[in-house]
Ligand binder design. Structure first.
Ligand code: PDD
Length: 289
Protein backbone atom coordinates (compact mmCIF):
# COMPACT_ATOMS: atom_id res chain seq x y z
CA UNK A 1 0.00 0.00 0.00
CA UNK A 2 1.50 3.33 -1.04
CA UNK A 3 -0.63 5.50 1.22
CA UNK A 4 0.49 6.34 4.74
CA UNK A 5 -1.30 6.11 8.06
CA UNK A 6 -4.41 4.27 6.98
CA UNK A 7 -6.64 2.41 9.40
CA UNK A 8 -8.75 -0.69 8.80
CA UNK A 9 -12.50 -0.50 9.33
CA UNK A 10 -14.94 -3.25 8.37
CA UNK A 11 -13.19 -4.51 5.25
CA UNK A 12 -11.61 -1.24 4.08
CA UNK A 13 -8.27 0.50 4.51
CA UNK A 14 -8.83 4.26 4.67
CA UNK A 15 -7.41 7.46 6.21
CA UNK A 16 -8.20 7.83 9.92
CA UNK A 17 -10.07 11.09 9.20
CA UNK A 18 -12.44 9.19 6.89
CA UNK A 19 -13.13 6.26 9.25
CA UNK A 20 -16.71 6.52 10.55
CA UNK A 21 -18.70 4.34 12.96
CA UNK A 22 -22.48 4.73 13.36
CA UNK A 23 -23.44 6.42 16.65
CA UNK A 24 -25.63 3.45 17.57
CA UNK A 25 -22.61 1.14 17.53
CA UNK A 26 -22.76 -0.82 20.78
CA UNK A 27 -19.12 0.03 21.39
CA UNK A 28 -20.13 3.69 21.61
CA UNK A 29 -23.43 3.17 23.47
CA UNK A 30 -22.47 0.38 25.92
CA UNK A 31 -18.71 -0.14 25.66
CA UNK A 32 -19.80 -3.55 24.34
CA UNK A 33 -16.52 -4.61 22.79
CA UNK A 34 -13.04 -5.99 23.32
CA UNK A 35 -9.58 -4.92 22.17
CA UNK A 36 -5.87 -5.70 21.97
CA UNK A 37 -2.69 -3.61 21.92
CA UNK A 38 0.14 -5.44 20.14
CA UNK A 39 3.68 -4.03 20.12
CA UNK A 40 5.53 -4.01 16.81
CA UNK A 41 9.32 -3.68 16.72
CA UNK A 42 11.10 -2.98 13.42
CA UNK A 43 7.75 -3.83 11.77
CA UNK A 44 7.73 -7.30 13.39
CA UNK A 45 4.71 -7.95 15.63
CA UNK A 46 5.65 -9.13 19.12
CA UNK A 47 3.79 -12.26 20.29
CA UNK A 48 0.98 -11.74 17.78
CA UNK A 49 -0.36 -15.27 18.26
CA UNK A 50 -0.65 -14.81 22.03
CA UNK A 51 -2.46 -11.48 21.60
CA UNK A 52 -4.90 -13.05 19.13
CA UNK A 53 -5.46 -15.98 21.51
CA UNK A 54 -6.30 -13.52 24.29
CA UNK A 55 -8.66 -11.71 21.88
CA UNK A 56 -10.42 -15.05 21.39
CA UNK A 57 -10.68 -15.45 25.18
CA UNK A 58 -12.22 -11.96 25.48
CA UNK A 59 -14.65 -12.60 22.60
CA UNK A 60 -15.72 -15.94 24.11
CA UNK A 61 -16.27 -14.24 27.48
CA UNK A 62 -18.62 -11.64 25.95
CA UNK A 63 -20.26 -14.29 23.73
CA UNK A 64 -19.30 -12.65 20.46
CA UNK A 65 -18.23 -14.85 17.53
CA UNK A 66 -14.73 -14.05 16.28
CA UNK A 67 -15.24 -12.34 12.88
CA UNK A 68 -11.82 -13.58 11.69
CA UNK A 69 -9.57 -16.60 11.89
CA UNK A 70 -6.04 -16.27 13.26
CA UNK A 71 -4.67 -16.29 9.69
CA UNK A 72 -7.15 -13.60 8.61
CA UNK A 73 -6.21 -11.36 11.55
CA UNK A 74 -2.51 -11.75 10.73
CA UNK A 75 -3.21 -10.81 7.11
CA UNK A 76 -5.39 -7.82 8.10
CA UNK A 77 -2.76 -6.25 10.37
CA UNK A 78 0.11 -6.66 7.88
CA UNK A 79 -0.77 -3.65 5.62
CA UNK A 80 -1.29 -1.48 8.73
CA UNK A 81 2.17 -2.45 10.01
CA UNK A 82 3.75 -1.96 6.58
CA UNK A 83 2.39 1.55 5.96
CA UNK A 84 2.66 3.01 9.47
CA UNK A 85 4.99 5.97 9.89
CA UNK A 86 7.23 4.36 12.52
CA UNK A 87 9.15 1.09 12.47
CA UNK A 88 8.12 0.55 16.09
CA UNK A 89 4.37 0.86 16.66
CA UNK A 90 1.47 -0.34 18.75
CA UNK A 91 -1.25 -2.08 16.78
CA UNK A 92 -4.63 -1.33 18.35
CA UNK A 93 -7.48 -3.58 17.31
CA UNK A 94 -11.05 -3.53 18.51
CA UNK A 95 -14.17 -5.61 17.90
CA UNK A 96 -17.58 -4.39 19.05
CA UNK A 97 -20.99 -6.08 18.85
CA UNK A 98 -21.86 -3.63 16.07
CA UNK A 99 -24.59 -1.04 15.40
CA UNK A 100 -28.14 -1.82 16.58
CA UNK A 101 -31.16 -0.01 18.10
CA UNK A 102 -30.38 0.72 21.75
CA UNK A 103 -31.32 -2.26 23.92
CA UNK A 104 -29.07 -3.95 26.48
CA UNK A 105 -29.96 -7.44 25.21
CA UNK A 106 -27.84 -8.83 22.35
CA UNK A 107 -29.19 -7.80 18.92
CA UNK A 108 -29.83 -10.48 16.29
CA UNK A 109 -28.15 -10.62 12.91
CA UNK A 110 -25.79 -7.70 13.52
CA UNK A 111 -22.32 -7.58 11.97
CA UNK A 112 -19.55 -6.80 14.49
CA UNK A 113 -17.48 -3.67 13.94
CA UNK A 114 -13.77 -4.36 13.36
CA UNK A 115 -11.24 -1.54 13.67
CA UNK A 116 -7.43 -1.65 13.45
CA UNK A 117 -4.94 1.22 13.66
CA UNK A 118 -1.24 1.80 14.32
CA UNK A 119 -0.31 4.05 17.25
CA UNK A 120 3.09 5.47 18.22
CA UNK A 121 4.91 3.18 20.67
CA UNK A 122 7.45 5.26 22.56
CA UNK A 123 9.85 2.90 24.33
CA UNK A 124 10.52 3.74 28.00
CA UNK A 125 12.95 6.68 28.06
CA UNK A 126 16.57 6.25 29.23
CA UNK A 127 15.56 8.38 32.24
CA UNK A 128 12.75 5.97 33.16
CA UNK A 129 15.09 3.00 32.80
CA UNK A 130 17.71 4.73 34.97
CA UNK A 131 15.46 6.12 37.70
CA UNK A 132 12.18 4.21 37.51
CA UNK A 133 8.77 5.78 38.09
CA UNK A 134 6.51 6.64 41.02
CA UNK A 135 3.12 5.00 41.63
CA UNK A 136 0.24 5.34 44.05
CA UNK A 137 -2.08 2.66 45.39
CA UNK A 138 -5.88 2.58 45.28
CA UNK A 139 -8.66 0.19 46.12
CA UNK A 140 -9.46 -1.98 43.10
CA UNK A 141 -13.14 -1.14 42.64
CA UNK A 142 -13.49 -2.65 39.17
CA UNK A 143 -15.86 -5.46 38.28
CA UNK A 144 -15.20 -9.21 38.65
CA UNK A 145 -14.22 -9.87 35.01
CA UNK A 146 -10.88 -8.12 34.77
CA UNK A 147 -9.52 -11.00 32.64
CA UNK A 148 -11.64 -9.69 29.72
CA UNK A 149 -9.80 -7.03 27.72
CA UNK A 150 -12.97 -4.99 27.41
CA UNK A 151 -13.30 -1.51 25.93
CA UNK A 152 -15.50 -0.69 28.98
CA UNK A 153 -12.53 0.97 30.68
CA UNK A 154 -14.20 3.70 32.76
CA UNK A 155 -13.03 2.25 36.09
CA UNK A 156 -9.46 1.94 34.74
CA UNK A 157 -9.66 5.47 33.33
CA UNK A 158 -10.70 6.92 36.72
CA UNK A 159 -8.03 4.92 38.57
CA UNK A 160 -5.30 5.89 36.11
CA UNK A 161 -6.25 9.58 36.34
CA UNK A 162 -5.67 9.48 40.11
CA UNK A 163 -1.99 8.74 39.49
CA UNK A 164 -1.82 11.51 36.86
CA UNK A 165 -3.30 13.94 39.43
CA UNK A 166 -0.63 12.79 41.91
CA UNK A 167 2.15 13.26 39.32
CA UNK A 168 2.72 9.48 39.15
CA UNK A 169 3.00 6.96 36.34
CA UNK A 170 0.60 4.26 37.54
CA UNK A 171 -2.07 3.34 40.08
CA UNK A 172 -1.40 -0.02 41.72
CA UNK A 173 -4.59 -1.76 42.80
CA UNK A 174 -5.43 -3.64 46.00
CA UNK A 175 -8.55 -5.75 46.39
CA UNK A 176 -9.46 -7.12 49.82
CA UNK A 177 -5.92 -6.39 50.99
CA UNK A 178 -4.19 -8.19 48.09
CA UNK A 179 -2.32 -6.86 45.04
CA UNK A 180 -4.21 -7.31 41.79
CA UNK A 181 -2.54 -5.26 39.01
CA UNK A 182 -2.04 -1.70 37.76
CA UNK A 183 -4.73 0.40 36.09
CA UNK A 184 -3.09 -0.45 32.73
CA UNK A 185 -0.31 -2.91 33.63
CA UNK A 186 0.57 -6.07 35.55
CA UNK A 187 2.69 -5.82 38.70
CA UNK A 188 5.66 -7.91 39.88
CA UNK A 189 7.59 -7.57 43.12
CA UNK A 190 10.95 -8.87 44.31
CA UNK A 191 11.32 -10.03 47.91
CA UNK A 192 14.61 -11.51 49.17
CA UNK A 193 15.67 -12.33 45.60
CA UNK A 194 12.38 -14.08 44.71
CA UNK A 195 10.25 -12.69 41.88
CA UNK A 196 6.59 -12.70 42.91
CA UNK A 197 3.39 -12.03 40.96
CA UNK A 198 -0.30 -12.62 41.61
CA UNK A 199 -1.73 -15.65 39.80
CA UNK A 200 -3.93 -15.23 36.74
CA UNK A 201 -7.60 -15.11 37.72
CA UNK A 202 -10.76 -13.19 36.93
CA UNK A 203 -9.23 -10.30 38.93
CA UNK A 204 -6.37 -9.46 36.56
CA UNK A 205 -5.71 -9.20 32.84
CA UNK A 206 -3.58 -12.16 31.70
CA UNK A 207 -0.77 -9.97 30.37
CA UNK A 208 1.26 -11.09 27.39
CA UNK A 209 4.24 -9.20 28.85
CA UNK A 210 3.58 -10.93 32.21
CA UNK A 211 4.10 -14.30 30.46
CA UNK A 212 7.27 -13.05 28.74
CA UNK A 213 8.71 -11.84 32.07
CA UNK A 214 8.05 -15.20 33.77
CA UNK A 215 9.62 -17.07 30.84
CA UNK A 216 12.70 -14.83 30.90
CA UNK A 217 13.00 -15.16 34.71
CA UNK A 218 12.94 -18.96 34.31
CA UNK A 219 15.62 -18.78 31.62
CA UNK A 220 17.77 -16.59 33.89
CA UNK A 221 17.32 -19.07 36.74
CA UNK A 222 15.62 -16.46 38.95
CA UNK A 223 13.43 -18.02 41.64
CA UNK A 224 9.79 -17.11 41.00
CA UNK A 225 6.64 -17.65 43.00
CA UNK A 226 3.18 -17.01 41.55
CA UNK A 227 0.89 -16.56 44.53
CA UNK A 228 -1.40 -14.00 46.21
CA UNK A 229 0.55 -10.96 47.48
CA UNK A 230 -0.74 -9.19 50.61
CA UNK A 231 -0.54 -5.39 50.75
CA UNK A 232 2.23 -5.49 53.38
CA UNK A 233 4.44 -7.54 51.07
CA UNK A 234 3.93 -5.02 48.28
CA UNK A 235 4.85 -2.10 50.54
CA UNK A 236 7.94 -3.84 51.96
CA UNK A 237 9.15 -5.17 48.58
CA UNK A 238 12.82 -4.77 47.59
CA UNK A 239 11.68 -4.04 44.03
CA UNK A 240 8.38 -3.39 42.25
CA UNK A 241 7.98 -3.57 38.45
CA UNK A 242 5.11 -2.84 36.15
CA UNK A 243 4.76 -4.62 32.82
CA UNK A 244 2.69 -3.95 29.72
CA UNK A 245 2.91 -4.00 25.94
CA UNK A 246 3.54 -0.24 25.92
CA UNK A 247 5.66 0.14 29.10
CA UNK A 248 7.67 -3.11 28.66
CA UNK A 249 9.25 -3.72 32.09
CA UNK A 250 9.50 -0.54 34.18
CA UNK A 251 10.77 -0.23 37.75
CA UNK A 252 8.50 1.45 40.32
CA UNK A 253 10.88 3.15 42.73
CA UNK A 254 8.38 5.07 44.87
CA UNK A 255 4.99 3.94 46.14
CA UNK A 256 2.65 6.41 47.83
CA UNK A 257 5.69 8.67 48.35
CA UNK A 258 7.81 5.98 50.05
CA UNK A 259 11.04 4.72 48.47
CA UNK A 260 10.99 1.07 47.36
CA UNK A 261 14.31 -0.58 48.23
CA UNK A 262 17.01 2.04 47.69
CA UNK A 263 14.59 4.20 45.66
CA UNK A 264 16.33 3.26 42.42
CA UNK A 265 15.76 0.36 39.99
CA UNK A 266 17.10 -2.76 41.68
CA UNK A 267 19.59 -5.40 40.51
CA UNK A 268 16.94 -7.99 39.60
CA UNK A 269 15.15 -5.38 37.48
CA UNK A 270 18.38 -4.58 35.66
CA UNK A 271 18.94 -8.26 34.89
CA UNK A 272 15.40 -8.82 33.64
CA UNK A 273 15.35 -5.55 31.69
CA UNK A 274 18.53 -6.55 29.82
CA UNK A 275 17.01 -9.97 29.04
CA UNK A 276 13.82 -8.30 27.81
CA UNK A 277 15.76 -6.00 25.47
CA UNK A 278 17.70 -8.97 24.10
CA UNK A 279 14.43 -10.84 23.53
CA UNK A 280 12.96 -7.78 21.76
CA UNK A 281 15.94 -7.65 19.41
CA UNK A 282 15.46 -11.33 18.68
CA UNK A 283 11.88 -10.47 17.63
CA UNK A 284 13.10 -7.57 15.48
CA UNK A 285 15.25 -9.96 13.50
CA UNK A 286 12.09 -11.85 12.65
CA UNK A 287 12.56 -14.69 15.14
CA UNK A 288 9.69 -13.67 17.40
CA UNK A 289 6.45 -15.45 17.85
N1 PDD B 1 -2.99 -2.43 28.65
N2 PDD B 1 -3.53 -5.03 32.99
C1 PDD B 1 -4.28 -4.07 32.43
C2 PDD B 1 -5.48 -3.58 33.17
C3 PDD B 1 -3.94 -3.54 31.17
O1 PDD B 1 -4.70 -2.59 30.62
C4 PDD B 1 -2.76 -4.03 30.51
C5 PDD B 1 -2.32 -3.52 29.17
C6 PDD B 1 -2.00 -5.03 31.14
C7 PDD B 1 -0.76 -5.61 30.51
O2 PDD B 1 -1.07 -6.51 29.47
P1 PDD B 1 -0.06 -6.74 28.25
O3 PDD B 1 1.25 -7.09 28.82
O4 PDD B 1 -0.66 -7.86 27.48
O5 PDD B 1 -0.01 -5.43 27.45
C8 PDD B 1 -2.42 -5.51 32.38
C9 PDD B 1 -2.78 -1.97 27.29
C10 PDD B 1 -1.36 -1.76 26.92
C11 PDD B 1 -3.67 -0.76 27.05
O6 PDD B 1 -4.83 -0.84 27.42
O7 PDD B 1 -3.22 0.23 26.47
Amino acid sequence: MALMNHVYLNGQYLPLSEARVPVLDRGFIFGDGVYEVIPVYSRQPFRLREHLQRLQHSLDAIRLANPHSLAEWSALVQPIIAQAEDEDQGIYLQVTRGPAPRDQAFPEGVTPTVFIMAMPLPAPSPETIEHGVAAITAVDDRWQHCDIKSTSLLANVLLRQRSVDAGCAETILLRDGYLTEGSASNIFIVHDGVLLAPPKSHLILPGVTYDVVIELADQLGLPTSIRPIPEQELRSADEIWLTSSTKEVTAVTHLDGQAIGAGTPGPVYRQLHAAYQAYKHHTMRGHGR
